[in-house]
Design a protein around this ligand. Structure first.
Ligand SMILES: Nc1ncnc2c1ncn2[C@@H]1O[C@H](COP(=O)(O)OP(=O)(O)OP(=O)(O)O)[C@@H](O)[C@H]1O
Ligand SMILES: [Mg+2]
Length: 289
């Protein structure tokens, strides 16, 4: 992450196109916004285009705009996103979702640095900087023809690959604390262990959701492991990764059973296969409620 940020800093004020790669939730949009906000174009607009969510037949008009009367319902000239971005930044999120013909049109506009609105003749300058993202493997996209190689070389002057969260575990606790905001004091030791050992397949987005949900359900000042909505399905895997002791695992399991039985001790003891007295002793020992 440090080296990604170092590279990003070096090209902040350049016009070079940047391709941001990374798994879903790793922080590609976040990085794109940060590059815009810290760079020389920060006082101009940042225009985010979600390529996957604009229907192909509307995309051209979204991108380049159209003149009045181009379609039956085009009562007015409409400016496209490229024009609205002015000298700012235009961010093509999941660029490969564009159909190849649209990719060709975008490429032409990037090469000529000009485009025309649909149904018009006037040529408009394309002055925005282009950032784009992909969460899929670029090689596979090129091989399958989903991404045009000529466009790829154009948008990929600089590549920034945001690593998945599991490959930068040092970031987990600082991010988790940031997402707590000021609503809770922090994390109990067992919760920190869960945060650090869980694999976070949904990356920073999953961490953020987990912390925000934990804040809502936690009655204590600090978030406890039992309140984190992660690791429940693979507690044993999480425990092994986090190098937990048997006692730590036992305390989590007992806490979970107490939760599902709504602290019905007789029922919990039956599930755990121990007597009620042993359960109460363990509960005291582990500080469970
Ligand atoms: N370094 C960070 N600091 C604070 N919040 C972050 C950071 N990185 C990511 N986030 C947050 O994590 C969530 C996911 O990030 P983002 O939307 O940038 O991911 P993405 O890589 O674009 O995902 P997708 O491929 O699914 O669109 C967002 O809520 C974002 O604000
Ligand atoms: Mg995104």
């Amino acid at each position: 992450m440090r080296s990604v940020l170092d590279t990003a800093e070096k090209v902040l004020d350049h016009d070079a196109s940047i391709l941001i790669l990374g798994e879903s939730g790793a922080g590609k949009d976040f990085l794109a916004q940060a590059i815009h906000a810290c760079g020389a174009r920060r006082d101009e607009p940042f225009v985010h285009i979600e390529c996957a969510s604009v229907p192909a037949d509307l995309f051209e008009s979204e991108l380049f705009g159209h003149e009045r009367g181009t379609f039956t319902d085009a009562q007015q000239r409409k400016l496209g996103k490229l024009e609205l971005a002015r000298r700012g930044t235009v961010y093509f999120d999941e660029l490969s979702a564009l159909t190849p013909p649209l990719q060709a049109k975008l490429l032409r506009a990037m090469q000529e640095r000009r485009f025309t609105r649909l149904g018009g003749n006037a040529s408009v300058a394309f002055e925005a900087r282009v950032l784009s993202s992909s969460s899929a493997d670029v090689r596979a996209l090129l091989d399958s023809g989903a991404l045009r190689p000529d466009l790829y070389y154009r948008i990929n002057v600089v590549t920034l690959a945001v690593p998945p969260l599991r490959e930068r575990r040092e970031d987990i606790l600082p991010l988790a604390k940031k997402f707590l905001a000021r609503r809770k004091k922090g994390f109990a030791a067992d919760a920190e262990r869960v945060l650090l050992s869980y694999a976070w397949p949904g990356n920073v987005r999953e961490l953020r959701n987990a912390v925000e949900r934990a804040v809502l359900v936690e009655d204590d000042d600090a978030i406890r492991a039992a309140s984190l909505p992660v690791g429940a399905d693979d507690l044993v895997v999480t425990a092994a990764r986090g190098a937990w002791t048997l006692e730590q695992l036992e305390s989590h399991y007992i806490a979970e059973v107490l939760k599902t039985t709504r602290a019905n001790y007789s029922k919990a003891a039956e599930i755990l296969g121990i007597n009620r007295k042993t359960l109460l002793e363990k509960r005291r020992k582990y500080g469970l409620r």
